[in-house]
Design a protein around this ligand. Structure first.
Ligand code: NAP
Ligand code: COA
Length: 270
């Protein structure tokens, strides 16, 4: 019997794949034998990530693209398909975040985050669908705890990521009849990421945050990649329209400590 996590001959496209959690997901699929394409804004970061991924012996392609530009997203998806064939797994994880009270966010600041996280995810899935449309294909969106837990200093992210969750469910409905599954992952606090560097910027904040996680630690990028591999595997063949936390139990522990960590980060920055 074929191993469920063998991704040989599968084409995996990761939007926002040049760093952090998304690059961790790209590593997971490359190590499992997939051909991996990544895209993000900055050419140099894309190239550095490509080099890392080639270390697995994988076929890798990298593209500079801003997910806010749907035409460019369509272009790079078509180029990836020309190289590796139709897409089997489409990951949408590009995001932006900063810590600010709503009264400190301009219209442009709010729009920047909604445009990257939510509209960008629509662009990736909308432009990707024609290359994905076959039974067994799967889209995986990277959401965040802010989608389900209201947080002060994160109004823009809460709004954007809640939209990502609902888009996940709506597209699961629309695309299910084609056999395409659409799911999302909510990572908890993940070590060694830009996200946590921004939200819990001091060692004290980090320690308090870890103490608030039921499993008493940050998660790893590999733990998020493992869930992505599961969702892409035949073991998840009847799973669609769900948003799955991979967070050491953080969701059940509440948000007070996270908000205190962000307040400390904000005070340190000003
Ligand atoms: P990160 O390293 O900053 O990852 C963001 C990625 O998106 C980068 O590769 C960035 O590359 C790319 N990107 C940003 N804006 C883009 C745009 N407009 N178009 C295309 N690519 C863009 O951050 P991370 O902390 O690993 O977060 C990754 C994902 O996990 C995000 O969706 C985030 O919301 C989610 N998440 C993170 C945590 C955490 O603990 N870190 C927790 C919950 C959820 P360029 O700069 O080259 O564009
Ligand atoms: N507080 C309040 N507003 C802020 C801010 C902060 N800390 N940082 C940026 N903004 C505002 C800017 O002032 C600008 O608004 P304005 O034109 O009214 O002044 C708006 O956000 C857009 O900023 P800009 O730097 O032009 O946008 P960008 O498209 O280059 O970058 C960001 C988008 C702001 C989200 C940037 O942080 C980013 O690129 N993030 C990607 C990496 C990341 O956030 N990783 C963690 C993922 S969880």
């Amino acid at each position: 019997m074929a191993q469920p996590f063998d991704m040989t001959d599968r084409h995996v496209f990761v939007a926002g794949g040049s760093s952090g959690i998304n690059l961790g997901i790209a590593h997971g699929f490359a190590a499992a034998g997939a051909a991996v394409a990544i895209a993000s804004r900055t050419e140099a970061r894309v190239q550095a990530a490509e080099e890392e991924l080639r270390g697995h012996g994988a076929s890798v392609a990298g593209f500079a693209a801003d997910v806010r530009d749907m035409d460019r997203v369509g272009q790079v998806l078509a180029e990836a398909v020309a190289k590796f064939g139709p897409i089997d797994v489409l990951v949408s994880g590009a995001a932006g975040n900063f810590v600010a009270p709503a009264t400190g966010i301009s219209s442009n600041g709010f729009r920047a985050v909604v445009d990257i996280d939510l509209v960008g995810t629509f662009h990736v899935l909308r432009a990707g669908f024609e290359h994905l449309r076959k039974p067994g294909a799967v889209a995986i969106n990277i959401s965040a705890p802010q989608a389900v837990q209201p947080m002060a200093l994160q109004a823009h992210v809460c709004a954007a990521k809640a939209g990502v969750d609902m888009l996940t469910r709506a597209l699961a409905l629309e695309w299910g009849p084609d056999g395409v599954r659409v799911n999302a992952i909510i990572p908890g606090p993940i070590e060694d990421t830009e996200g946590m560097a921004r939200l819990a910027a001091t060692p004290e904040a980090e320690a308090r945050l870890k103490a608030n996680v039921p499993l008493r630690r940050y998660g790893t990028k590999a733990e998020i990649a493992n869930m992505a591999l599961f969702l892409a595997s035949p073991l998840a063949s009847y799973v669609t329209g769900v948003v799955i936390p991979v967070d050491g139990g953080s969701t059940v522990a509440g948000t007070e400590t996270m908000m205190q960590a962000m307040q400390a980060s904000l005070e340190q920055a000003t």
